[in-house]
Design a binder for this molecule. Structure first.
Ligand SMILES: [Zn+2]
Length: 286
């Protein structure tokens, strides 16, 4: 938190802090070749599946490559924690940290959810965000972050010394065990850092600590994705509800979330194919 120091500023300390920031990963070269076609395709959607995520629980859902899916607020403000996998190879899963490095702390329209090494390709592209108007607020907060991890019983136990079993980490684990027939340990190892859908977060200006505030999401709001590969999604309706006060307990008012899966009847994606995995040869200098 940089609250404590043991060293005096050196004589040239101010000067050393004058350097201008340079974007670590300029993303202008990342093109979405079919973006215009995605936008045309989403005008002709037919719903093929719908899954309701109960509060303080998670469910799995499948989306074929080339289909769209939406996460929607239905009954009240609710945050969702999303995991994504290549449905044919669970080792390829969403890489929150690299997505953050490429697209910034919070995702919206035209951002992509990247997969883990050595695959590193977009798993999904955000094609619609009814909360894109929010931008960043006066506290530096915004929605749909990739800076938090997922609420989990280990951190909760560390800080509050109690046993709580309905954090998103546990909900995601439980969904994989119950719906994908995995052993508990195997499922837990697959759970990864999430896209915090609808969650409003940032870093405080003074200590740069991770903060949350009441989500601006309202019933009818939704975030829509194009599936770049066959996807297994797992979504948890966070026990924090709108995350205005606390998570990791049964205190907050929670609501369900709705997943809808769509296929397009448009022909504009007929020549589209899934992106290839990374071209890097994996020699690592060996
Ligand atoms: Zn959570």
């Amino acid at each position: 938190m940089k609250k404590y120091t043991q060293h005096q500023k050196p004589a040239d300390g101010d000067e050393r802090k004058l350097n201008s920031p340079v974007i670590c990963y300029p993303n202008d070269t990342l093109k979405i070749p079919y973006w215009d076609n995605y936008q045309k395709a989403r005008e002709e959607l037919t719903k093929v599946d719908e899954i309701i995520i109960p509060p303080r629980d998670a469910k799995c859902f499948d989306v074929k490559a080339g289909y769209f899916f939406r996460i929607e607020s239905t009954d009240g403000p609710q945050v969702g924690d999303l995991n994504l996998f290549n449905a044919n190879n669970y080792k390829e899963k969403f890489y929150s940290g690299k997505t953050r490095a490429l697209h910034g702390t919070h995702l919206s329209l035209k951002d992509q959810m990247w997969s883990s090494f050595p695959y590193m390709r977009p798993l999904a592209t955000i094609t619609y965000d009814s909360l894109d108007w929010y931008g960043f607020d006066k506290d530096g907060g915004s929605v749909h972050d990739v800076i938090g991890t997922r609420c989990d019983p280990y951190t909760n136990n560390l800080i509050s010394n109690n046993q709580y079993h309905f954090c998103c980490h546990s909900n995601l684990t439980r969904a994989l065990v119950n719906e994908r027939n995995l052993q508990k340990e195997e499922a837990e190892n697959l759970v990864h850092d999430v896209l915090n859908v609808f969650m409003c977060t940032g870093f405080t200006h003074d200590t740069h600590q991770y903060f949350m505030k009441a989500s601006p999401v309202r019933p009818g709001d939704f975030l829509e994705f194009f599936a770049e590969v066959d996807l297994l999604g797992v979504l948890s309706a966070c026990p924090g509800g709108d995350c205005s006060s606390e998570h990791s307990s049964d205190t907050a008012k929670c609501y369900p979330l709705k997943i809808s899966v769509f296929k397009t009847t448009s022909k504009v994606l007929d020549s589209w194919t899934s992106p290839l995995v990374s071209n890097y040869d994996q020699l690592h200098g060996l």
